[in-house]
Every structure is written in structure tokens, then in C-alpha cells.
Design a protein around this ligand. Structure first.
Ligand code: ADP
Ligand code: SR1
Ligand code: MG
Ligand code: MG
Ligand code: MG
Length: 417
């Protein structure tokens, strides 16, 4: 049933596998006595094992040739592990502080071994649900996005290098196809994979299917996603792909990476922050009304874009002499012209990011894959209320994104919802 050279592992067979992989043995400090192995995968697609021995630890991630949260009835190429490994390494080289180290890769087995981000690291989404502030989050994520996006774009690379890299990532076609289906199409039509908080959201879901203006906008965003090979994007940069402590931020899980529009990453992050914001009313209780925390999320949204903007433009200025293909230094040869070019580029990128943020919000409420921010609100009526406000905001944002001029305006619009 499975390809030659491939075997789905479990907690028992992984021990034998590790013995045959010297790099994993060495990450474990050479001592394989009394290994503790636990499968902890809580994502939608893959299996993740935490392996701890007396002298070291490692995370082993395996992709099986189907979607874990659906089952074998929905096949998905295990080659996604290859692209995840490539991007962990490429983004890791560009931004080592915020990407875990890869120790080992086996393409036939679709296995990646990487640094174990031990507790107190937690998945950011869980921290946001618990109401924990991360004072350095906006700094760290803006740094990660600015560096990974700038250095893989035509602002830095030659057209030849860029085109070769684009070609390499075209192979991640099944992952892109999944996004095209579950983010940009299914939420806007009848699909057996869609689900929502019924009956509360029944009319909202129907009105999405009947919203002509919204469908025109999402079609534009889908084309942008398919056509624009702007930079090597993570491709799934929601708050479940980020592990945090008070002082550190690590980006995991770039299995959807390819050369796509930068705004898809920035929008995924902003859109998931906005979902976390609208979910807070469902987490409020007598001991904490979450008002202070909601303001912290809004500040984080504003800071993330503003810091990203400044860091990205600084990289552009610092690397002007390198002359990437898009804006050659001898054509863009005056400070005024460079400022015009940068302002236009950043404004377009902001609008793309807002459009993708809206698309990512809508799909998490009416599509196949929902988020714990809302799913953990056990009172269905309360949950539906939070989801409805998110949908109302996301629909407005997708339709009017080009009118927004700043992150301050974005935050004001959230507050007005
Ligand atoms: P999927 O592709 O299925 O979404 P993820 O890469 O997101 O899988 O991993 C699923 C879960 O495994 C994460 O939510 C996290 O709890 C845990 N995990 C993944 N990578 C690491 C790591 N390097 N260190 C610690 N935990 C990890
Ligand atoms: C079946 S869709 C599963 C989703 O989980 C991944 O993390 C991606 O967001 C994908 O769209
Ligand atoms: Mg994941
Ligand atoms: Mg690192
Ligand atoms: Mg994943």
C-alpha cells in the first residue's frame, strides 16, 4: 500500500529506526538506554515524537501519505517532509535565532529529526488562549518574516537564482493544492468538508456563499497565491506553527512552503492574532474579563506590522548595493525614487496581507480545519457569538482592504466591530 522504502513508525518501531540513524543517536548524546518516546502530534497532518534519553533529546516528525485528521481516505504526498526540511534549513540559515535546528532527514521515510523545544516552550495558540503575554513576540516574528521574505525575494536575489529556487519548490504542488481548496474555494461553496457552529451560523455561512463581492475578492487572492512567486514563504504561519517562551520564539512546521506571495505569511499571522482577539470574550470569566489582554493582542498586531515594515525597509536600504533583480541600483538611482518604490511596495504588501488575513480567518470558522481558540469555548452560543464577530470583521476586511493605510487603522476597525 505504501511506497517502497517507507514504513509508518510508531512509538515502538521508532527505537529500532533511531539505532540505524547515527545523526539522531548523536543528537541523543550517544546513549540509547531508557529512551522515553511519546507521540504528541496535535496538528492536522503529521506524527510528531518527542524522544528523551539520559544524555539528550530530539523531536522526530514523520509525514504519512495521507491527512492525519481525515484518515487514509484523503491521500497527501509524503514529499511534504522534503519541502519542510528544505525550508527549515533555508529559513534557519537566514534567521537562526527563530528556527529550530534540523539534525537529520530521510526522504524515503519522510522523517525529519530536529531540536526538541522543551517546556516551558508552548504552542503560541495555547498561550494566547491561556491569556499569557509574550513581550518580545512582535519583535521576534517581525524579524523572522522580514529576514526570510526579504532575502528570498527579487529585492535581494538575481532572477536566475530566484527562478531556480522557484522551480525547486514547484514540487510542493499537493500542499499548495490543499490550501487552494480549503482556504480559497470550499468556504465559498457547498462542500462536505465544511463545518460550522450550527445552527447559530447557518445564515452566516449561506450569506458567504451568496456574497458576490466577497467571491470576486477571494478569487483575486487565490490567483495571487497561485501566480505570485514573490519569496520563499512558510505557507502555514498560524499561531499553531510558533512555539514560545517569555524570551524566545521558534517557528516550526513549514511543510506548505513554496515561492508565493509574502502577504500570505504576514496575513496568516495577523489573521490568527485577530481570531485570538475575538475569541477572548469566550475565555473571559469572573476572575479575568480579558480586557487588558485584548489590548495586548491589539498592540501586538500593530507592532508586528510596524516592526516588520521598518525591518524590511532597513534590509532593503542596507542591501541596496547588492541590487536584486527587481530594483537595479543604476535604475533606482536617487533617494527620492527609492522611497517612492519602497512606499508602493510596502503599501501593496500591506493590502495583500490584509486580504490573506481575512481569507485565513473565514476558513477557520466555516471550512474544514478549525482552531482551538474557538473550539475550546465550550458554551456553543458564546463560541458562535465570537465566530460571528470574526466573520463580520473578516468579510469587511477582505472587501475594503485597499482602503487601509496603517496598522493603527486596522486596530481601530477591529475595535469598531
Ligand atoms: P503538523 O504538521 O501535523 O501540524 P507540527 O509540526 O505542527 O505538526 O507539530 C505538531 C505538534 O508537535 C506541535 O503543535 C508541537 O506541540 C509539537 N512539536 C512539533 N515540533 C516540535 C519541536 N521541535 N519541539 C517540541 N515540540 C514540537
Ligand atoms: C485538511 S486542512 C488542514 C490544515 O492544517 C494545516 O495546518 C493547514 O493549515 C491546512 O490547511
Ligand atoms: Mg502544525
Ligand atoms: Mg536556531
Ligand atoms: Mg503542518
Amino acid at each position: 500500500k505504501y511506497p517502497l522504502g517507507f514504513k509508518a513508525l510508531d512509538e515502538n518501531s521508532l527505537v529500532e529506526y533511531i539505532k540505524s540513524a547515527p545523526q539522531i543517536v548523536s543528537a541523543l548524546g550517544g546513549d540509547l538506554n531508557e529512551l522515553s518516546i511519546k507521540e504528541v502530534g496535535d496538528g492536522n497532518l503529521n506524527f510528531v515524537y518527542i524522544v528523551v534519553g539520559p544524555s539528550g533529546s530530539v523531536v522526530v516528525k514523520q509525514a504519512l501519505p495521507y491527512i492525519r485528521c481525515v484518515g487514509e481516505s484523503w491521500p497527501l504526498s509524503k514529499e511534504r517532509a522534503f519541502f519542510e526540511m528544505l525550508t527549515l534549513k533555508r529559513h534557519g540559515a537566514l534567521c537562526p535565532t527563530h528556527v529550530p535546528e534540523v539534525y537529520y532527514f530521510d526522504r524515503a521515510m519522510a522523517i525529519i529529526a530536529m531540536r526538541y523545544l522543551k517546556p516551558p516552550y508552548v504552542i503560541l495558540r495555547k498561550g494566547l488562549i491561556a491569556g499569557i503575554e509574550y513581550p518580545l513576540l512582535a519583535q521576534h516574528m517581525s524579524e523572522y518574516m522580514a529576514r526570510t521574505l526579504f532575502f528570498t525575494s527579487l529585492l535581494y536575489c538575481s532572477a536566475k537564482d530566484h527562478r531556480n529556487s522557484v522551480a525547486k519548490f514547484l514540487g510542493n504542488v499537493e500542499q499548495c493544492g490543499l490550501t487552494e481548496l480549503v482556504v480559497f474555494s470550499d468556504p465559498y461553496r457547498l462542500s462536505s468538508s465544511n463545518r460550522w457552529s450550527s445552527p447559530y451560523l447557518d445564515t452566516d455561512v449561506q450569506s458567504i456563499r451568496e456574497d458576490i463581492h466577497l467571491k470576486l475578492e477571494v478569487a483575486q487572492l487565490k490567483s495571487l497565491f497561485c501566480e505570485r512567486a514573490q519569496a520563499l514563504i512558510h505557507g502555514d504561519l498560524h499561531t499553531g506553527s510558533i512555539m514560545v517562551t517569555e524570551n524566545s520564539t521558534q517557528v516550526i512546521d513549514p511543510e506548505f512552503s513554496f515561492y508565493g506571495p509574502m502577504g500570505f505569511d504576514i496575513g496568516a499571522l495577523l489573521g490568527n492574532f485577530i481570531l485570538a482577539y475575538f475569541a477572548q470574550d469566550g475565555h473571559a470569566d469572573e476572575s479575568n474579563d480579558r480586557q487588558v489582554y485584548k489590548q495586548w493582542i491589539l498592540n501586538t498586531i500593530e507592532d508586528t506590522w510596524n516592526l516588520f515594515h521598518d525591518k524590511f525597509v532597513s534590509l532593503w536600504n542596507e542591501n541596496n548595493h547588492i541590487s536584486g533583480e527587481a530594483y537595479p541600483a543604476d535604475v533606482f538611482n536617487t533617494p527620492q525614487l527609492n522611497i517612492l518604490a519602497q512606499n508602493k511596495y510596502m503599501q501593496d504588501l500591506f493590502h495583500d496581507s490584509l486580504g490573506f488575513a481575512a481569507a485565513k480567518m473565514i476558513r477557520r470558522i466555516v471550512g474544514i480545519a478549525h482552531v482551538e481558540d474557538f473550539e475550546s469555548i465550550h458554551n456553543v452560543q458564546k463560541r458562535a457569538y465570537c465566530e460571528q464577530r470574526s466573520l463580520q470583521f473578516a468579510k469587511m476586511l477582505m472587501k475594503t482592504r485597499n482602503k487601509f493605510e496603517s496598522a493603527t487603522q486596522l486596530v481601530s476597525a477591529i475595535l469598531q466591530t
